[in-house]
Design a protein around this ligand. Sequence first.
Ligand code: FAD
Length: 546
Amino acid sequence: MLRLTEVKLPLDHTPEALRAAVLARLGLPGEELLDIHVFRRGYDARKRNAIQLIYTLDVTLRDEAATLRRFPQDQHVNRTPDMAYRFVARAPEGFANRPVVIGVGPCGLMAALVLAQMGLRPIILERGKAVRERTKDTWGLWRRSELNPESNVQFGEGGAGTFSDGKLYSQIKDPQHHSRKLLEEFVKAGAPEEILYLSKPHIGTFRLVTMVESMRRTIEELGGEYRFNTKVVDLDIQATADGGRQIRGVMLEDGGYLAADHVVLAVGHSARDTFAMLLERGVFMEAKPFSVGFRIEHPQGMIDRCRFGEAAGNPLLGAADYKLAHHCKGKGLEGRTVYSFCMCPGGTVVAATSEPGRVVTNGMSQYSRAERNANAAIVVSVTPADYPDGVLAGLGFQRELEERAYQAGGGAYFAPAQTVGDFLANRPSTTLGEVVPSYKPGVTPTDLAPTLPDYAIAAIREALPAFERQVRGYARPDAVMTGVETRTSSPLRIRRGESGHSVNTRGLFPAGEGAGYAGGILSAGVDGIKTAEAVALSLLGDIAQA
Ligand code: FAD
């Protein structure tokens, strides 16, 4: 097969036009083209009135070698790469040394699946509940202001991405096509087939719940074992003869102990108690940058019209998204960037705290993306210079802002909200306009300025008019912002070496978003696959090479 990239056709092209475009592109008569498979479909909407679909196609030809010879320098005509996933090792029958996976978000889930597929029968420890029970607790916060600190949007089977838009794209480099492996596993577990070819696929929250359950069944059938309501509270790390450190087991909250010398640590960015424990145990970590800000909501129809013009509503385009960035120029703001993050078309803003007395916002959507409002985080970059007091200072910084938001919201997990008009005019909101905020349990119109540091407020005030120039209506006076968005990525990195082990603790494999190696469902899952490979090579390296 040959792969053709950048094949462009108008949005309303006929099915036959695809075949005609391939023949024209390759200069071939019809009988030479045996088959066309769409590998990827995206769109270019930079010209609203001439939106184009952009295809990557795998074509089967009668004589592929001859065609390739005619396009020697053409980077858009190549052999289709081999993207098949190959396991790095396989455990022999009865192999007794079972790895432990802590946390079953996208990273732990993919790590556990691949370990199970290699015959390593992982034991999965998850502090939260199985996904159905967890869903009830999550709704408890949204409907009744009742937070369960161990079972919520952040904690429980499926991890932080379960109640989300389920966007499955990322800008990670992926030379070994690990993301293909993830997407294929997701489809086997019930995700729509289109995630394999859309350039910006999403699943929506309902489907994620059933997929996570289906993947659990697969892992269990392969000999893996899940333990829910099982928080790891300590690590058994022992000195080695060469002066190093080796993990020997994990301590559980219920007093239990589990021996293990290969432990995947995939705890996500909200496991603040676990980070404190790791610091106490001397596991090497360092503070890293992240971002803080608000969620902003606009009518989805406005975003659709602005991005797609007359083509708004076309089912091939779906609900429009956007991606914005502004490099600040104001005095004292040099080096700060304000950007949109985790945009959820046709979705809702959700309460995403895992700790009592704190308010955190995030966003989610259903597969249909049919809700009235578009929402996205508008966040400002912050660095350890903004929270200089040690490795855990970023957590303290997040907590303080989340507490300020709780106070400003008036309690009961209401979020503080302000219209863009009032925010830019530096006056508190007392009422809201046409854009009705979707955050549950509810919002309190107020002044958002006290919830973030002054520089962050100044940066967002500078950015909103710049965003208005890119998306007309973005700074409309009745667009609503709710606060605060603090859990954008991990405020620290648990450093690992080339072979995946922690740099100072052998057998501990920090992975995923919490360890600072991923940001989003896809990249966390890919990191899980890579980590499973590192664990298998460490456990079975000699066998794999034999
Ligand atoms: P997590 O998903 O955070 O999983 C960590 C798991 O570890 C949790 O289940 C937790 O309970 C468990 N755990 C923690 N500590 C312990 C312990 N001590 N013992 C046992 N278990 C423990 N990303 C996207 O790409 N697309 C989106 O559309 C998207 N939307 C989002 C919407 C929301 C509301 C949220 C909160 C996040 C969203 N994200 C999205 C981000 C995405 O969810 C995360 O990047 C991803 O889940 C990180 O995966 P992870 O496996 O590294 O960590």
